[in-house]
Design a protein around this ligand. Structure first.
Ligand code: GLY
Length: 360
């Protein structure tokens, strides 16, 4: 990775463990903090599918379970307030701990609830989706959606421990697996041709979980390494935003239109858009763009919109929190692993990018 300058900054340290024994590792992580009360945040899906996996753990015997809605539409101020209320009514103090058991919505919202309750209590993430394992649960971004904008309100505050247990992936449906896989493709694009090539070869129709495990490990390492260098996203962490400026606009448009779109699908479509900008602005190789576009089309289909949506999508991109005043800020690539942060694009560039996405 080249052409980047950044300053090292501390964030609360985060331990990421690929766990072979969840009970042992969770118990050890709780013991390190010795909380006075323990709460487990689940959503309606993980309450049913994942809580039974851990419910008999001795270390969770006294835990109180809090359950919230399962989709991104539940990532609201009202849901957040309901978690604060449950913590308060359950007698949580500043010395209590929250364990987030779920996908990115649970780890983001739960992380924000823990970071703000009584000015911050300890929390652990146990991600149960691929998306949360390789991205959301690692690196300390917490938050909620607000006024139709994704993750508009939140803080940087890392979970003390993140425990990845890939047994949860076996309960994941194909769409959610693909959604997380898009963030892995992003990690491939910002790291190396070799890692990208192995990701583009992987068969998502007939998943070999044993072969997926090392790919997940590599992906988490890429993210961890970047977050360690730039926890508050002043420089190199912006690499992780590849595909997300256009992707968040697609996601927000879909949300406003009542269409259900999983985050990773929007990111995959956003990657195609932003690799097009990378090719036209930074010399990203057209054959790689074509290869990724083919993979995205086959794996994620396409996001349908017509030219009447361009202004709305442009407007959504101008609200992206990664922007500086007056500029839409993209992360682009000059080649796989050759990252160019803080790239501005004009309205014309963006309309051309949307034309390419629809017709190219
Ligand atoms: N999801 C991008 C990041 O954590 O920075």
């Amino acid at each position: 990775m080249r052409h980047i300058s950044y300053t090292l900054q501390p964030m609360n340290p985060q331990e990421v463990i690929i766990s072979q024994d969840l009970e042992r590792d969770l118990s050890a992580a709780i013991q390190r903090v010795r909380p006075d009360r323990l709460f487990v945040l689940t959503d309606t899906t993980t309450r049913e599918v994942c809580w039974p996996v851990v419910a008999s753990f001795q270390c969770l015997a006294a835990a109180e379970v809090i359950t919230i809605g399962a989709t991104d539409e539940a990532k609201t101020l009202e849901t957040l307030a309901s978690v604060w209320t449950a913590l308060g009514e359950g007698g949580a103090t500043r010395h209590s701990m929250l364990i987030n058991l779920g996908g990115g919505m649970v780890t983001d919202l739960g992380g924000f609830a823990a970071s703000t309750f009584k000015r911050g209590i300890a929390y652990i993430n146990v991600p149960t989706t691929l998306l949360a394992m390789v991205d959301a649960s690692v690196g300390g971004k917490t938050g909620i959606n607000f006024r139709g904008l994704k993750n508009e309100i939140g803080v940087f505050n890392a979970a003390g421990t993140v425990l990845l247990d890939t047994q949860f992936l076996r309960t994941l449906d194909s769409k959610n697996l693909r959604s997380g896989y898009a963030e892995m493709i992003k990690h491939g694009l910002i790291s190396s041709d070799e890692h990208l090539a192995e990701l583009l070869c992987f068969d998502l129709d007939y998943v070999d979980y044993a072969a997926l495990l090392p790919l997940v490990g590599t992906s988490v390492n890429i993210k961890e390494r970047i977050v360690r260098e730039d926890p508050h996203e002043h420089g190199i962490r912006k690499a992780l935003n590849l595909g997300h400026t256009a992707g968040h606009a697609f996601e927000s448009l879909a949300m406003a239109e009542g269409r259900t779109v999983l985050h990773g699908y929007a990111v995959a479509w956003g990657l195609v858009c932003e690799l097009y900008l990378s090719a036209t602005r930074c010399g990203f190789p057209p054959e790689r763009l074509h290869q990724v576009r083919q993979f995205v089309r086959q794996t994620y289909g396409t996001f349908d919109f017509d030219c009447h949506a361009y202004d709305r999508l442009y407007d959504l991109m101008t609200h992206d929190k990664k922007n500086t005043a007056g500029h839409i800020n993209f992360t682009l690539l000059a080649a796989v692993g050759d990252i160019r942060i803080n790239q501005n694009a004009t309205r014309e560039d963006i309309f051309e990018m949307l034309d390419y996405y629809r017709e190219g």
